[in-house]
Write a protein that binds this ligand. Structure first.
Ligand code: FES
Length: 329
């Protein structure tokens, strides 16, 4: 789908927990919005000049196909204590009835069509894309299990929607003596024996993601899919970047990328724009075909298989002093 900007009206703000609210966005004049498949996200342009990415939390009962329209988008937004302005801006400055500019939905975290079972692991507000996936899978009669990890039942967002997905939903609460109906889910035990045909989907905070990825190291290549909502904290001091050459295949163009520049910025300086969204290596919007060279992949969204043929240009580079060859349409 061609990426474009839409104006939507905030139809309703539904508080779900002490710090999470669901924002329901509709067409300003009651029209139809572009459809989407579960796992999609939108950019929201916020008061104060911020742009943030939010996964679409709900798939509409009859109109979730990308080719069909839908009547509303729902995003779940947690008010982050260390907010860089995005979640605070939405919670404090946006009210029902306000107009917002958003992008059309993009999907860099789709369900795998070949899976025979989908195992969805959601940590905290990382539930939002996985809730849409579970709803879509339930509607399509596909096999899935959704495991939801939250601090406590009081901090569980979208509780009504989750109740409608029983019995395929399992809860884990951190609080001692967790509320009735919750289990003590053990991530290593859960992921120890991957069943053939099962695909794993992860979304949640950095520590949760790392624990799940460590436990899923032995899963077949290409069967683990993840979406970060913030880049993981680097585990060491980053070294100084080196300049490199980006070659555009088929166009005979060589683009020098300076040490303090991203490939996206270097291309932009030449008047070649690559679509971006997060600019942090988590969404995959800027990924383009990789044709050759020695890449230094720094994204947090492409799988090992995908990295053989794609590269995220907002963050990844060539290995020191080298070149990479990419296709840009
Ligand atoms: S813009 Fe999100 S990964 Fe590059």
């Amino acid at each position: 789908m061609l990426d474009r900007t839409l104006t939507v009206r905030v139809a309703r703000i539904r508080p779900m927990t002490a710090d999470v609210s669901a924002f329901e966005l509709v067409h300003p004049w009651g029209g139809t919005l572009p459809g989407y498949r579960a796992g999609a996200h939108i950019d929201v342009h916020l008061p104060g000049g911020f742009t943030r990415q939010y996964s679409l939390a709900g798939a509409e009962p009859r109109a979730a196909g990308a080719a069909q329209g839908c009547t509303r988008y729902v995003i779940g937004v947690k008010r982050e204590v260390a907010s860089r302005g995005g979640s605070a801006s939405l919670h404090q400055r946006v009210r029902a009835g306000d107009l917002l500019a958003i992008s059309t939905p993009r999907n860099t975290f789709p369900l795998h069509p070949g899976a025979t079972h989908h195992l969805l692991l959601a940590g905290g507000i990382g539930l939002t894309p996985l809730l849409a996936m579970a709803e879509q899978l339930q509607r399509e009669g596909a096999a899935f299990t959704l495991c939801v990890f939250a601090r406590s039942r009081a901090q569980l967002a979208f509780a009504d929607e989750l109740a409608a997905l029983a019995p395929q939903v399992h809860f884990h609460f951190d609080e001692p003596g967790a509320a009735a109906g919750a289990q003590q889910l053990d991530i290593p035990a859960l992921l120890r024996h991957p069943a053939p045909g099962t695909h794993l989907y992860l979304c949640g905070p950095g520590g949760f993601m790392q624990a799940a990825l460590d436990a899923a190291k032995h899963w077949p290549e290409g069967s683990v899919h993840l979406e970060y909502f913030a880049p993981p904290t680097p585990d060491g001091a980053a070294g100084r970047d080196e300049p490199f050459i980006l070659v555009i295949a088929g166009r005979d163009i060589e683009v020098p990328v300076a040490a303090d520049q991203s490939a996206v910025d270097a291309l932009h300086d030449l008047g070649i724009d690559v679509p971006t969204s997060c600019s942090q290596g988590v969404c995959g919007t800027c990924a383009v075909p990789l044709v050759g060279g020695h890449p230094d992949h720094r994204d947090h969204c492409l799988t090992a298989t995908e990295r053989r043929s794609r590269i995220a240009l907002c963050c990844s580079r060539a290995q020191a002093g080298g070149r990479i060859v990419v296709e840009i349409g």
